[in-house]
Design a protein around this ligand. Structure first.
Ligand code: GLN
Length: 223
């Protein structure tokens, strides 16, 4: 029987506006090529969820309304997700999902949506100046090209702990000031990149390798 990799897709039914499900399809393809079967569970409103049952967690982008609904339900999982991330297990969070890993996002009218508070970052929402367009940036995995579409501007609150995923060559990334895109903490990657981001094979292969490594550890198999 083929070995099964388990992926949790957080709120796939709600956070799916920007085509980020392509990231999971690409990972499935790469893992299938290595001989693994891949099961993807949609973890949604009210569902039971234990992060440690999974080899990889994916959290895509979404529109503001859905993001507000998801944010409330998500807080139930703060502990299990916090432990998963702290233990160095792999996760990819895009745009709205990335924003929700942080402390909060605040609209320009002043209302605050509480995030998971796992990573020291926050987002300020400016609907009048949306950041839309092609992006290109340099990462430890090589150059990445993608597309961004967001009003939220993300700022790190602890620059020792969080490292940017990349340095901008084209586009905005986290915000118009810092010249960086996304976030890396242990094996968790946050990014504003749609496209989907994993059409960039360098980063897709690196994440597939992290998943296999975590799977082997979870199954007690030799590395
Ligand atoms: N609604 C959020 C923003 O505009 C996230 C958008 C997204 O996920 N693409 O900042």
């Amino acid at each position: 029987m083929a070995d099964k990799i388990k992926i949790a897709y957080l709120y796939e039914d709600l956070m799916n506006t920007y085509g980020d499900s392509g990231d999971v399809k690409i990972l499935r393809y790469l893992l299938n090529q290595q001989g693994y079967q891949v099961d993807v569970d949609n973890v949604s409103l009210g569902d039971h969820f234990n992060a440690d049952d999974y080899d990889f967690i994916f959290f895509g982008g979404g529109q503001d309304y859905e993001q507000t609904v998801v944010a409330k339900d998500l807080l139930r999982h703060a502990q299990t997700l916090g432990r998963y991330i702290e233990n160095g297990k792999p996760m990819l969070a895009i745009c709205g999902g990335y924003q929700l890993l942080g402390d909060y996002y605040k609209t320009s009218e002043g209302s605050v949506i509480k995030g998971l508070g796992i990573l020291p970052l926050h987002t300020v929402f400016k609907p009048d100046s949306r950041m839309i367009g092609d992006t290109k940036y340099e990462t430890e995995f090589g150059t990445v090209t993608a597309f961004e579409n967001h009003s939220g501007r993300t700022y790190f609150d602890d620059k020792q702990k969080l490292k940017p995923l990349g340095k901008m060559i084209e586009g905005y990334g986290n915000n118009p000031e810092d010249g960086v895109e996304g976030m890396r903490y242990k094996n968790t990657i946050g990014s504003y990149s749609h496209g989907p981001i994993l059409k960039n094979q360098n980063i897709a292969k690196a994440i597939a390798n992290m998943i296999v490594k975590n799977h082997k550890a979870r199954m007690g198999q030799p590395a």
